[in-house]
Design a protein around this ligand. Structure first.
Ligand SMILES: O=P(O)(O)OC[C@H]1O[C@](O)(COP(=O)(O)O)[C@@H](O)[C@@H]1O
Ligand SMILES: [Mg+2]
Ligand SMILES: [Mg+2]
Length: 340
């Protein structure tokens, strides 16, 4: 590194500095949340390194196990899960962890316990791992307020009770997007510094977008409102230009693009899977939280996504999220269907 040329960069807003600044806004804070976040950031850096060298380090391919969802686990799914469980437990600030890869929630032993519950998808977009397409980690954080003995009810909470949510995308760059409930900020990992730097301050999603994102291979099983909506994206009734279709098949990447460019991401329920595919706690809620914080909306086909109260930790829900006006359109179609 050219230290002289880089000296001017020491005033950069690193994620560490950002989180500590946020902490000063809460004088009662003892720094527990900042410590927790620093452990999540560490986990993201570990997984980013593993993803980057996966082809060279024999980390591609199947692990030989299936997870609770009956999905084949990839080696990187298993590794990422271990990384985050260790990073979170060793923070000493967590009490319950819910991971996509573990059937049961992890209850941290009392000696090492803190007040935060973390729900996470350690590696999202598993089908894209082996071809090097963008994948990510998604997380949401709840807090136990009164120090009671933790139970599953502490995570079976509506998404609006989350304290913070975010994702890290392992793509052409490594980008961490975070909301602690007052807007959304994006940080890019500078590999030479090993630090996430604030590159996308105060992200706001465009009010309306020109892109829709959905797996059209499922179209024959869609319900009326979803079919009508996608049709209207292609053949707008008002004669305006059709929307473009973009679908990566990694929720992190599809949502990241939607957040920055605007538009809508849909994973509807259908005749085969009435609850869709995406998991409420660690996919639907964190992404819905970020969308709302950025000025967009997130809807399940029946209600505001963040109002859902999950009954099981691996529950699924249909989800439509993105630009305010685009989600408003699909809400109208579902409301009309309900009246018929
Ligand atoms: O292949 P499909 O049915 O379009 O599903 C794609 C969706 O599945 C997921 O890959 C599921 O996540 P996991 O890879 O964490 O299981 C999402 O990232 C993505 O939005
Ligand atoms: Mg996922
Ligand atoms: Mg996953």
């Amino acid at each position: 590194m050219d230290h002289a040329a880089d000296a001017h960069r020491t005033d950069l807003m690193t994620i560490t500095r950002f989180v500590l600044n946020e902490q000063t806004k809460h004088p009662e804070s003892r720094g527990d949340f900042s410590i927790l976040l620093s452990h999540i950031v560490l986990g993201c850096k570990f997984v980013c390194t593993a993803v980057n060298k996966a082809g060279l380090a024999k980390l591609l391919g199947l692990a030989g196990e299936t997870n609770v969802q009956g999905e084949d686990q990839k080696k990187l799914d298993v590794l990422s899960n271990e990384v985050f469980i260790k990073a979170l437990v060793s923070s000493g600030r967590t009490c319950i962890l819910v991971s996509e890869e573990d059937e049961e929630a992890t209850f941290v032993e009392p000696a090492n316990r803190g007040k935060y519950c973390v729900v996470f998808d350690p590696l999202d977009g598993s089908s894209n791992i082996d071809c090097g397409v963008s994948i990510g980690t998604i997380f949401g954080i709840y807090m136990i307020k009164d120090g009671h003995e933790p139970t599953l009810d502490d995570v079976l909470q509506p998404g609006m009770n989350m304290l913070a949510a975010g994702y890290c995308m392992y793509g052409s760059s490594c980008t961490l997007v975070l909301s602690t409930g007052s807007g959304v900020n994006g940080f890019t990992l500078d590999p030479s510094l090993g630090e996430f730097i604030l590159t996308h301050p105060d992200i706001k999603i465009p009010k309306k977008g020109k892109i829709y994102s959905v797996n059209e291979g499922n179209a024959k099983n869609w319900d009326g409102p979803t079919s009508k909506y996608v049709q209207s994206c292609k053949y707008p009734a008002d004669g305006s230009s059709p929307k473009s279709l973009r679908y990566i098949g990694s929720m992190v990447a599809d949502v990241h693009r939607t957040l920055l460019y605007g538009g809508i991401f849909l994973y509807p329920g259908d005749k085969k899977s009435p609850n869709g595919k995406l998991r409420v706690l660690y996919e639907v809620f964190p992404m819905s939280f970020l969308m709302e914080q950025a000025g967009g909306q997130a809807f399940t086909g029946k209600q505001r996504a963040l109002d859902l109260v999950p009954e099981k930790i691996h529950e699924r829900s249909p989800i439509f999220l993105g630009s305010y006006d685009d989600v408003e359109e699909i809400k109208k179609l579902y409301a009309a269907e309900e009246q018929n």
